[in-house]
Design a protein around this ligand. Sequence first.
Ligand SMILES: *Cc1c(COP(=O)(O)O)cnc(C)c1O
Length: 346
Amino acid sequence: MKSLQELTRPNIWNLKPYSSARDEYQGVEATVFLDANENPYNTPHNRYPDPMQWELKKQLANIKKVSPKHIFLGNGSDEAIDLVFRAFCEPGKDNVVAIDPTYGMYEVCAEVNDIAYRKVLLDEHFQFSADKLLAAADERTKLIFLCSPNNPTGNDLLHSEIEKLLRTFEGLVIVDEAYNDFSEAPSFLSQLESFPNLIVLQTFSKAWGCAAIRLGMAFASIEIISILSKIKYPYNVNQLTQQQAMEMLRKYYEIERWVKTIKEERGYLEAEFAKLPCAVSLFPSNANFFLVRVTDAVKIYNYLVGEGIIVRNRHKIALCGNCLRVTVGTRAENDMLLNALRRYGR
Ligand SMILES: *Cc1c(COP(=O)(O)O)cnc(C)c1O
């Protein structure tokens, strides 16, 4: 790996961060807060939230088995994705490499930040090769984006290939684990110590059932986390979100039950889809959704919309011709979808 200073944009490396009132005060015993121009009324919402979210990070650290200093929290994982571009990629000069197809936000953030986005097509099993990604990279490639289980294909990427990439790539490797809770594959979180160029992304939006509160997590070396923390908005995670997240951490057993049920429902949907005349092929999934090739994705998508059922049409995405992406719902929702598809074409 190159040094972090070589990988970081010089203006970011030299940046002195904005220091908020809540940053500067570090004492313990204070009871009168006249430092932040807040309104003294309307407790508790009158006070600015903790800019570094230490209490929440402490509790998360217990569950994730990493030190709080290895955690960055953002307004969804989407904030962390945008910040890695802004921290490490020089607009108009640097580039990033990513598998294709994958989560659309990497490319959108690349375009917003004027960074060339180099796509490397997955193979017919939706797997990638470390060598192919490395061949697409050059001196100005700062980041490689991986997503496992991958969206929209649903499969885990090969652990051994990810490790090979981490060992050989000179820049940073982002492993997006938004769907890892639904997979049997081990998380890369336990490998942070071995790979200083690793950034793992996770989110409260999927297994944790909290898409509305917008909370994403990035795990990386203390040095990388410090850079992301330096350039984020001072109060990027609001107080209501921090509280709700801590509430969810207290009922992690509920999340385990949801995940178990969703995986069972995924099995049920896959078995029933296999019997549908309009389903041409099903792709095995380790996520809370699956990709299915159908006889005519556009027609079936529109038919389902007419029935009040929305799935994701992935027909125009690389390798996904005539494919729909179906999120696993409750048994009642899944049966409504299945019944509509059984009626299709009759
Ligand atoms: C849904 C999803 C996310 C979650 O993004 P948030 O901003 O945390 O809601 C991240 N990565 C992938 C691949 C996703 O599919």
